[in-house]
Design a protein around this ligand. Structure first.
Ligand code: FA5
Length: 335
């Protein structure tokens, strides 16, 4: 019997057939269990001998089963370790992480600087009333000043706004002074060349209170421009004309692309115009129901793309909108 059991165990290939052998010999109705159960019916002299024999086979079998069980467990563990082995020398599975577009990042940075100075943020629609975009800003119908910002007209006296200045009107119609707001957003014009895009971003600024002067305007813009470009950036205020401000000025920044030597970004002048500004025209105050004999104010509107171009030395505004990944991916980890 012992030999027969041993042969069977040696032929075992997996834990379930090992279990079958356990049941066959040691189970309730198993061969050895049955022998042990019948011991009482045997004559005493056989009982002792057969009892001892059966018990020794039982112990032997139990021991063998334990040994095989352990071997199976060990093998299972080894197989699992082999299967789940991690090769730390393999290259990782990189996945592409995006980053904010440089224009939107600049817009956010600029907005944050004004928030820090105590301004609040206003917004207005991109499809705007012709009245708010032009007429109430002191640009009457058929006035040649409308040509300065040639635009896309829609029906019913609506157009794609050409600047963020209509947000000045919207703000003054709903709020009384003191006012200190910025209004970032998209604007549209019939423009296209290396420094002009048909869609671009501006941020408008408006401050209205008693005794506001041009000095306040210069001071705020100087702090702002030095926060963006650093203390040593060349800044130039140039007299200009806007129908909604009087007096008006444009501000130029020393061209960081060519370092002042002349390039197509600054059109060989060494300067790039980045914003228009001035003291709010009394006619604009009157149109919005604010008394120009009591209040004064300043306004400015700056081009975000131009600032982004100077900041990152980008030579063609169109690169910002063509979504060429060779260009866009250069800003990963920078912005
Ligand atoms: C205006 O749009 C005035 N609304 C600004 C203003 C506001 C003046 C408040 C006074 C008071 P201008 O057309 O110059 O001004 O445009 C302002 C800035 O937008 C420019 O300095 C330039 O940086 C940028 N800009 C103008 N046209 C384009 C364009 N097509 N593409 C990219 N940037 C442009």
């Amino acid at each position: 019997l012992k030999e027969e059991v041993l042969k069977e165990i040696e032929g075992v290939k997996d834990p379930s057939s090992l279990n079958e052998i356990r049941v066959k010999y040691l189970g309730k109705k198993g061969v050895i269990t049955s022998i042990l159960k019948t011991l009482g019916t045997l004559p005493p002299e056989e009982r002792k001998e057969i009892g001892q024999l059966a018990n020794s086979i039982k112990e032997f079998l139990e021991e063998k089963i334990r040994e095989y069980e352990e071997n199976f467990k060990k093998k299972e563990l080894e197989d699992a370790l082999k299967r789940e082995k991690i090769d730390v020398s393999l290259p990782p599975n990189w996945f592409d992480v995006g980053s904010p577009h440089p224009v939107l990042q600049t817009l956010k940075e600029i907005t944050d600087i004004f928030l820090y100075m105590g301004f609040s943020v206003e917004s207005g629609p991109e499809v705007e009333y012709e009245d708010y975009n032009f007429t109430m800003l002191n640009i009457p119908e058929n006035h040649p000043a409308r040509d300065m910002q040639d635009t896309f007209y829609l029906n019913n006296g609506m157009l794609l706004r050409t600047h963020t200045s209509p947000v000045q009107i919207r703000t003054m119609l709903k709020k009384k002074p003191p006012i200190a707001i910025v209004a970032p957003g998209r604007v549209y014009r019939k423009d296209l060349d290396p420094t002009h895009s048909p869609m671009f971003h501006q941020i408008e600024g408006l401050v209205v209170d008693q005794d506001i002067t041009f000095r306040h305007l210069k001071g705020i813009l100087k702090i702002f421009l030095e926060s963006v470009f650093g203390k040593n950036i060349p800044i130039r205020f140039r007299p200009s004309y806007f129908p909604f401000t009087e007096p008006s000025a444009e501000v130029d920044i020393g061209c960081t692309v060519c370092g002042g030597k002349g390039c197509k970004v600054c059109k060989n002048t060494g300067w790039l115009e980045i914003l228009g500004c001035g003291m709010v025209d009394p006619n604009v105050f009157t149109a919005c129901g604010i008394d120009p004999t009591v209040y004064s104010g300043f306004a400015f509107g700056l081009g975000i793309e131009r600032i982004t171009m100077l900041k990152y030395q980008i030579t063609d505004i169109r690169l910002l909108f063509t979504n060429d990944m060779r260009f866009n991916s250069q800003f990963k980890g920078i912005v």
